[in-house]
Design a protein around this ligand. Structure first.
Ligand code: GLA
Length: 727
C-alpha cells in the first residue's frame, strides 16, 4: 500500500513501513524503515537539523539543510555528500550533474527491464529525477511493494535523452540510509566447497565493502546479506535482509558516519565499471530486495523464503534425480547408464542426469567443451534411445552442459577462435583448461540456444544441469567491468527464451557447486546445486548458511558415497540421507555397487521423502540450536500443520546429552503427534515451545536399552511432527 501525506510517502507491507519524503530543495530523503507505523504521524519521524557544525555543507541560504547529516534515498557524486555515493556519471566530458526530483508516479508498470524482476508486486512507485545541468538525462528510482511477503524491491533506470553520450561509472541498485546504533553486518563469504558460511562484521566506524570481481556472483561472497542490531539473535531483535537479483560481479557496502547514520548500498560492482550509454537509450540496474524483521534472523529467513518461493522461483517440482558424476566421473557409457537406470527405477528415483563426459571426445577435463554432440563410442545406441528407455520406466533424462564455455581442444574453437574471451599477446590464463564464450556476440548466443534446444529436442532431455566452471579473466571492449553486465544481460535473455520455449524442462543451476547461487539465476532455474561438497558435516554448515537467505526449495542436495569424495570423511547412510532430505533430494553414487541392505535403506529414504516433498516445497527453515555441537533446524510447513526437526550432533562427548529443543512458531493450543527412532508421543504446542522437545539418554558405553539413542559423531535425527485435529 502507498500513502502520501504532503511530500511524505509511506510504503507499507503487512508488517513493515518504509518512509521517505521529497524535500523543499528537491531531494528524496530517507525517513524510516522498520515495523509498521501509523501513517498519519509519519512526519514526526523526519529528522530536523537546526544546529550546524563548523565544517558542514548546506544548501545556500538554508542553514537547516545540512548535506552531511541528511539521509538520502540515493546520492550523487560531487554534491557535498562526504559518504560513498551511489551514482557517478560522466556526461560528455563533464563529471558534474545535479539531479532534482521532478515527478512521482504511483502504480506504473515497470516494462522492458533488461534485468530479472520478481513477479507479482502489489504496488509500484517511481521517483523521476532530472539533471538540472543536462535536461533530458533522467534517473528513475523504482520501488516495488510485495505486501504479503513483507518485501520492498528497488531498481534504478537511467534514460539518456540529453543528446550527449553518458558514461556510467557507478550505479548502485539502492541506497538505504539507516540509523546506526551498534549494528553488525552478517555476510555469507566462502570458497569452492564451503560456500555461504556466516560471518559477523561489527560496524563501528568506516566502511565495510564486499562483493565479487570475478564476473560471477561467486562462492567467495554471496549477494545476500543482513544488517542487524548487535544483540539480535536468531529469534529476537531487529534486522534488515538484502538480496541483489544479479549473477555477475556485485558490490555491497556498509558505511557509518559521524551523525549516527549507516549507509547500506549494493548493486553492480563499480570497480573498473565504465558503461557507455548512448543517446536515447536506457540502462537498468539489477533489482535490490530488502526486508525488515523484528523477530531476529529467523524472521528474515522466513520472509525471504516465502518471497523467493512466491515471487522468484519458476514453479515446477524438481524430480528426484540420480546423477552420474561421482558414480563414474568421465568414465561413463551406455552400458553403465542402463544398469543404473534399472536399479534407480527399483529404488524410486525419478530420473537420471548424465553429467560431464557424454559429448564428443570428452574423457577428462582438458577438452571438448563446445562440441555438444553425443560421443558415439560411449553411446552407440544414442542418448535419445536412452531417454526413451527411461521414459518407458516413467523416468526423466537429465543432461549436464556448460553452454557458456569452450575448450581450446575442441572443434568449436577451431571453427570460431574469435568467439572466445582471450587476449592476443597477453599471458594466457585458463581455468580447468577452458575459456568463456563472448555472449555479447549474437552468433554465440544463437549457437548456445541451438545447443540447448538440441538437448531437449534431439536427445529428449527434460532436465538440464547448467554448469559454469571458471571465473573470468579476459574481457572484450573498452568498458572495463561493464562487460560483465552486458554478458549477464545476454545470459538472462538466453535463459528467458529457453524457459519460454521449453517450459516443462527443469533447470539445475550449478557453477562449480554454488558459484552462481543467486536470485538472478534462480529467476529462471528451478533449483541450485548448493555445493560440490557433499560431505554431511560440511553440508550441514553450508546448508545452514544458505538457509539464512534462501528457502530449502532452492537447495539441491545429493546423497553421495562414504568415505566422501571431497573430504574422505565417513558417515552413515542415515546421516547422509537425513541431511540431503532437507531440500530437494537427489543422489550421485553408483547405486549398483551398494550392498543389498543399503539399497533397501535408500529405497525407504526415497519413499519417505516423497511423502514429505510437497510440504518441503513450501516450508520454512528455522535455526534453533543454542549449542555449537548441534545443528538443529525446524522445518515448518507453510500452513504450520506439520514439521520436521533435523538434528545433527557433530561430536560424541562422554556423559553428555542432547539439549532440550525449544521449538518455535507452533500453534500454542494445538497438540502435535511426534515420531522418531521408534518413539511416539503427543505434546502440546505450548509445551514444545516453552519446555521443548526432551530427548532420551544417548548411548554412553554401557548398554543400549529400549529408548536409548545410539548417537555418535555426526549422527542425525529426523523428528516428525504432525498437528492433530483435536485440541
Ligand atoms: C562441476 C560441477 C560438478 C560436475 C562437474 C563436471 O564441478 O559442480 O557437479 O558436474 O563440474 O565436470
Amino acid at each position: 500500500m502507498i500513502e502520501k501525506l504532503e511530500n511524505t510517502y509511506i510504503l507499507s507491507t503487512n508488517q513493515n513501513s518504509y518512509v521517505f519524503r521529497i524535500t523543499k530543495h528537491g531531494d528524496a530523503e530517507s525517513v524510516y524503515y522498520g515495523k509498521k507505523i501509523t501513517s498519519i504521524d509519519a512526519h514526526t519521524l523526519i529528522k530536523k537539523q537546526n544546529t550546524l557544525f563548523v565544517n558542514t555543507l548546506y544548501m545556500e541560504n538554508d542553514e537547516t539543510y545540512g548535506i552531511d547529516g541528511m539521509r538520502f534515498e540515493y546520492s550523487f557524486a560531487n554534491r557535498g555528500d562526504s559518504r560513498s555515493v551511489s551514482c557517478i556519471l560522466k556526461v560528455g566530458e563533464e563529471c558534474m550533474t545535479d539531479f532534482v526530483v521532478k515527478k512521482i508516479t504511483e502504480n506504473t508498470e515497470y516494462k522492458n527491464s533488461d534485468m530479472p524482476v520478481p513477479r507479482g508486486y502489489d504496488n509500484s512507485l517511481t521517483v523521476k529525477l532530472e539533471d538540472a545541468l543536462h535536461p533530458g538525462l533522467i534517473i528513475e528510482l523504482w520501488y516495488f511493494i510485495y505486501e504479503n511477503t513483507d518485501v520492498l524491491a528497488r531498481a534504478v533506470r537511467i534514460q539518456n535523452d540529453s543528446g550527449k553520450q553518458v558514461t556510467i561509472q557507478k550505479l548502485m541498485s539502492a541506497q538505504y540510509d539507516l540509523e546506526c546504533a551498534q549494528k553488525e553486518l552478517v555476510c555469507f563469504h566462502g570458497a569452492w566447497g564451503r560456500e555461504r558460511i556466516r560471518h559477523n562484521v561489527p560496524l563501528c566506524c568506516g566502511k565495510f565493502s564486499g562483493g565479487s570481481h570475478s564476473g560471477m556472483s561467486s562462492a567467495e561472497c554471496n549477494p545476500f546479506f543482513i544488517v542487524k542490531e548487535k544483540n539480535t539473535d536468531e529469534n529476537v531483535g531487529e534486522a534488515y535482509g538484502f538480496h541483489l537479483v544479479y549473477s555477475a560481479s556485485h558490490e555491497l557496502a556498509a558505511e557509518t558516519d559521524c551523525y549516527r547514520g549507516l549507509r547500506i548500498s549494493h548493486g553492480i560492482q563499480s570497480e573498473g565499471f565504465c558503461y557507455a550509454l548512448p543517446v536515447n537509450e536506457k540502462f537498468d540496474s539489477p533489482i535490490s530486495i530488502s526486508t525488515f524483521s523484528a523477530c531476529g534472523l529467523n524472521g528474515i529467513s522466513y520472509q525471504f523464503s516465502r518471497f523467493i518461493n512466491a515471487n522468484i522461483l519458476p514453479k515446477k517440482q524438481v524430480p528426484i534425480m540420480l546423477n552420474s558424476w561421482e558414480a563414474f566421473y568421465f568414465d561413463i557409457n551406455e552400458k553403465k547408464l542402463y544398469a543404473l537406470a534399472d536399479e534407480a527405477e527399483r529404488l524410486g528415483f525419478e530420473g537420471i542426469v548424465i553429467d560431464d563426459g557424454w559429448f564428443l571426445g570428452r574423457n577428462d577435463d582438458t577438452g571438448s567443451l563446445g562440441d555438444w554432440q553425443e560421443d558415439k563410442r560411449k553411446f552407440p545406441l544414442g542418448i535419445a534411445a536412452y531417454a526413451k528407455y527411461l521414459s518407458d520406466k516413467k523416468m526423466q533424462l537429465g543432461i549436464w552442459i556448460e553452454p557458456e564455455m569452450v575448450s581450446e581442444k575442441s572443434n568449436l574453437f577451431l571453427q570460431h577462435p574469435e568467439w572466445v574471451l582471450k587476449t592476443e599477446g597477453a599471458r594466457s590464463i585458463v581455468g580447468r583448461e577452458q575459456r568463456i564464450l563472448d555472449l555479447t556476440n549474437s552468433e554465440v548466443c544463437a549457437f548456445i540456444e541451438a545447443s540447448l534446444d538440441r538437448l531437449v529436442e534431439e536427445y529428449g532431455a527434460k532436465y538440464i544441469k547448467w554448469d559454469f566452471n571458471r571465473r573470468f579473466s579476459d574481457i572484450f571492449g573498452s568498458e572495463g567491468s561493464a562487460y560483465f553486465y552486458r554478458y549477464i544481460k545476454q545470459l538472462y535473455l538466453i535463459l528467458k527464451r529457453f524457459t519460454f520455449r521449453h517450459e516443462n524442462v527443469v533447470i539445475e543451476n550449478c557453477a562449480s557447486g554454488g558459484g552462481r547461487f543467486d536470485l538472478g539465476m534462480l529467476s529462471y532455474c528451478h533449483v541450485g546445486w548448493v555445493s560440490d561438497n557433499t560431505d554431511s558435516l560440511s553440508r550441514a554448515e553450508i546448508q545452514q548458511g544458505t538457509s539464512y537467505g534462501y528457502p530449502i526449495r532452492t537447495m539441491l542436495n545429493h546423497i553421495s558415497a562414504s568415505p566422501n569424495q571431497q573430504s574422505k570423511r565417513c558417515s552413515s547412510l542415515k546421516t547422509r540421507s537425513d541431511t540431503a532430505m532437507i531440500g530437494m533430494l537427489g543422489a550421485q553414487l553408483d547405486i549398483t555397487a551398494l550392498k543389498g541392505e543399503e539399497k533397501e535403506e535408500l529405497k525407504r529414504v526415497i519413499e519417505q521423502y516423497k511423502k514429505y516433498r510437497t510440504m518441503l516445497l513450501g516450508a520454512s527453515l528455522f535455526r534453533i540450536s543454542s549449542d555449537n555441537n548441534f545443528y538443529v533446524w525446524e522445518i515448518l510447513s507453510d500452513k504450520g500443520e506439520n514439521a520436521i526437526i533435523y538434528l545433527m550432533m557433530d561430536r560424541f562427548l562422554s556423559v553428555s546429552s542432547i539439549p532440550n529443543i525449544k521449538l518455535i512458531n507452533l500453534d500454542e493450543d494445538a497438540k502435535y503427534e511426534i515420531r522418531f527412532e521408534g518413539m511416539h508421543f503427543t505434546a502440546s504446542g505450548k509445551t514444545l515451545m516453552n519446555g521443548g522437545l526432551v530427548f532420551p539418554q544417548i548411548y554412553q558405553g554401557v548398554r543400549i536399552d529400549n529408548g536409548t539413542l545410539n548417537m555418535t559423531d555426526r549422527s542425525t535425527l529426523l523428528i516428525y511432527l504432525i498437528k492433530k485435529e483435536d485440541r
